[in-house]
Ligand binder design. Structure first.
Ligand SMILES: [Zn+2]
Length: 216
């Protein structure tokens, strides 16, 4: 597996292929947790995910992984998937190609240093990526993560029930939900997760990692 990462983290070249759910029995849905890790918040979130029996995908920022190796390690140890979300969380679509490549490479190296041996998926900061970079990433067989459901607006307003209802109403097999538990929406996400979990499981969904959702 390490060999695969080395290949992925060097560069060659075609078009962004976004992650797509494969056919599987039952309805699958993935939660992705954007940014961090933040000490304290990461541990609480991991504890909650364990109690709700949810496996998820984390996209920490490279620079923060460097600052907080213990929290990064704890995410891996808890069995969640980790992905590449760039080193400094700048808008890569506005950067030179070489700087954008460096952002991703540096984060790949960090993931490896943390012992993360699976092939990382890439979630572009702000969901933006230039065609040129997308082409390069695709040629490296990078899967580019994206999401179709984002309950931030309801969470920002503190309306936990509306967030859960929005997800139950719009979720389908293969949906990817973006959540921001590391900074200003921490309390709302922590409060909303049990309700989201209950409503989606009652609707027949299973929580899986992005890798499981898109497995061949
Ligand atoms: Zn982000």
């Amino acid at each position: 597996m390490k060999i695969i990462i080395t290949v992925v983290c060097t560069w060659l070249s075609i078009f962004p292929v976004y992650t797509q759910a494969t056919q599987a029995s039952g309805k699958q849905i993935a939660l992705i947790f954007d940014e961090g890790p933040v000490p304290g918040k990461t541990e609480s979130l991991l504890k909650q995910l364990e109690s709700l029996q949810i496996t998820a995908t984390f996209f920490p920022i490279g620079r923060e992984m460097e600052k907080f190796p213990d929290q990064t390690q704890a995410i891996i140890a808890a069995g969640h998937q980790l992905g590449n979300h760039s080193y400094s969380h700048m808008d890569l679509a506005q950067m030179s190609l070489s700087s954008a490549k460096e952002e991703i490479k540096k984060t790949c190296r960090l993931l490896q240093r943390h012992g993360y041996i699976d092939k990382p998926m890439f979630l572009p900061p702000f969901g933006r990526i230039s065609e040129e970079l997308g082409t390069l990433l695709q040629d490296q067989n990078f899967k580019i993560a994206h999401w179709d459901l984002d309950p931030s607006q309801h969470l920002q307003q503190g309306d936990i029930q509306a967030a859960a209802d929005y997800l139950s109403k719009n979720a389908k097999h293969g949906s990817v939900v973006l959540l921001h538990p590391m900074y200003d929406q921490y309390h709302q996400v922590i409060e909303a997760l049990p309700l989201i979990n209950a409503q989606l499981k009652a609707a027949g969904f299973h929580f899986v990692t992005l890798e499981q959702l898109t497995a061949d």
